[in-house]
Design a protein around this ligand. Structure first.
Ligand code: FAD
Length: 456
């Protein structure tokens, strides 16, 4: 176990105003918001691994995109508006980071969503009509202009194939792992709040009592007046263990990526069919390696809460919490034509010997037609679990994050665009905690630093 404290040398407390479970971007952005905008006195962060951002917030495990909702074809107009507001908060925060560090955390790059047949071209036209007004930089571009903007998207493409795209110069690639750490360090610099972070410490369960709640961990028990679960999919596990969110279940959506040499200047997303809540395969430059392009993710349904971690199967089964409503929801989801089509295609990509060729033929070559099998290298140990939430009342998958706030407990379940929404989430949670703890939340300061806040 290691402890990092804003008050080194002092003995650790056993009792805090707020305890946060999870040292990913949701947990540390909340630490930051508490330290910067509230007069909460103390917070403890508990993380089961030995450092921040070891799961989905790590740049290896996500697509490194600051989402705005302009090229994400599965977003509603409302989702696009709230995602843009959340992304702008991240941009404002990043603009305060010294340039030498900032370049490793955020870099501007162009982006587009590419349509490769009549159906997709019609889809992006409808999307443009719907959201174009919110995104003044977004433009419709045709074959000739695409060739100038992203030459390899056009090179080698069948001349008869119609293509079109929505393009914006205002894209960003992010190292959300570095941003996670930056939030934690910025929070600790504000000496007014006592902040302790304990690593290699697993939160086991929480019980009510005393001045609030007792969190039982692998390294002893701690009391918090409020407890926030910023533990990714595990947040739902804890919510269910306390009797909340019984109508929610989880589908762990895993997926692989492939690397090629750098063939794209910016991000190229594809049109997602139907109402699937996760993105179609896309091609992205890497903020951590300018020489490559990453294509993916594919789609698989592992029975795990953490990728390549069979030890998390039991936690998955507990969180999945199979009963009749889950069975009915699953049946409805799995019989959806678009989901069936994605799953059947993706089964091929996992086959030995032929998998890579199938991925190239059916996915990557639709973005860059001139790619050859030898250009693709399987990205080992890359890609996290997308915890797609099942709403058993609606018997469908939910797009985006879910949050429950109840009697000083907060549970954050954070599929994409959860990293983009970190500060919007953090401000919402910090305001709730301030009210619950009888503390002050400085709206004016938060708005001055982060820009207009879209309060829910
Ligand atoms: C393939 C993929 C692509 C994605 N692409 C994007 C993207 O481009 N843009 C975007 O905005 N979002 C993207 N996302 C989503 C984004 O990565 C997540 O929403 C975000 O990282 C969630 O952060 P988090 O802190 O909530 O969760 P995590 O980063 O998973 O952190 C949770 C933390 O809780 C800890 N923890 C769990 N249980 C316990 C316990 N019992 N005790 C102590 N600690 C515990 C874990 O160790 C972990 O550190 C993507 C996700 C995936 C999987």
């Amino acid at each position: 176990m290691s402890v990092s404290s804003s008050n080194p040398g002092e003995q650790m407390n056993r009792s805090y105003d707020a305890i946060i479970v999870g040292g990913g971007i949701t947990g540390t952005s909340l630490l930051y918001a508490l330290s910067a905008y509230t007069d909460v006195k103390s917070a403890l962060l508990i993380e089961k691994y030995s450092d921040y951002a070891q799961l989905n917030s790590n740049s290896r495990n996500n697509a490194q995109t600051l989402h705005f909702g302009d090229i994400e074809t599965n977003y509603s107009k409302e989702k696009a508006i709230s995602t843009k507001a959340a992304a702008k908060m991240v941009l404002r925060y990043c603009s305060t980071i010294p340039a030498a560090q900032r370049n490793g955390i955020i870099q501007k790059c162009q982006k587009m969503v590419l349509a490769v047949d009549d159906f997709e071209i019609e889809s992006i036209e409808k999307i443009y009509q719907n959201i174009g007004g919110i995104f003044p930089e977004l433009r419709r571009v045709q074959h000739k202009e695409i060739a100038k903007l992203e030459p390899n998207v056009v090179k080698g493409r069948d001349r008869g194939q119609k293509i079109a795209a929505l393009y914006s110069p205002d894209g960003y690639m992010m190292d959300f792992g570095l941003l996670t750490r930056n939030f934690a360090m910025a929070a600790k610099r504000r000496k007014r709040v006592r902040i302790d972070a304990m690593f290699d410490t697993v939160a086991k369960h929480v019980s009510e009592g005393g001045e609030g709640y007792t969190l039982h961990t692998s390294n002893g028990s701690f009391t918090g007046k409020a407890v926030v679960f910023a533990a990714g999919t595990y947040s739902l596990y804890f919510a269910k263990s306390l009797g909340y969110e019984k109508n929610l279940s989880i589908l762990s959506v895993g997926g692989n990526f492939y690397y090629t040499p750098r063939v794209l200047r910016g991000k190229v997303y594809r049109v997602q069919r139907g109402h699937i809540p996760f993105a179609a395969v896309h091609g992205d430059p890497e903020i951590t390696n300018p020489d490559v392009t990453r294509f993916g993710p594919t789609v698989s349904l592992p029975m795990e809460l953490e990728r390549h971690h069979p030890g998390t199967m039991l936690d998955y089964v507990r969180t999945f919490d199979f009963d009749m409503p889950t069975a009915a929801s699953l049946k409805r989801i799995m019989l959806d034509r678009d989901i069936l089509s994605i799953l059947s295609r993706n089964i091929l990509y996992d086959l030995p010997l032929v998998g890579k060729g199938e991925f190239l033929k059916r996915e990557a070559s639709l973005i860059v037609p001139s790619l050859k099998p030898s250009d693709l290298t399987f990205a080992k140990d890359i890609g996290g679990i997308r915890p797609q939430i099942i709403d058993e009342n609606k018997r469908s998958l939910v797009l985006g994050e879910a949050k429950l706030k109840e009697s000083g407990l907060i549970f954050n379940i954070t599929p994409s665009p959860g990293a983009t929404s970190c500060l919007a989430n953090a401000v919402e949670d910090a305001r709730y905690l301030s009210e619950y703890l009888g503390c002050r939340f400085d709206d004016a300061k938060a708005e001055k630093e982060l820009g207009p806040i879209n309060y829910k």
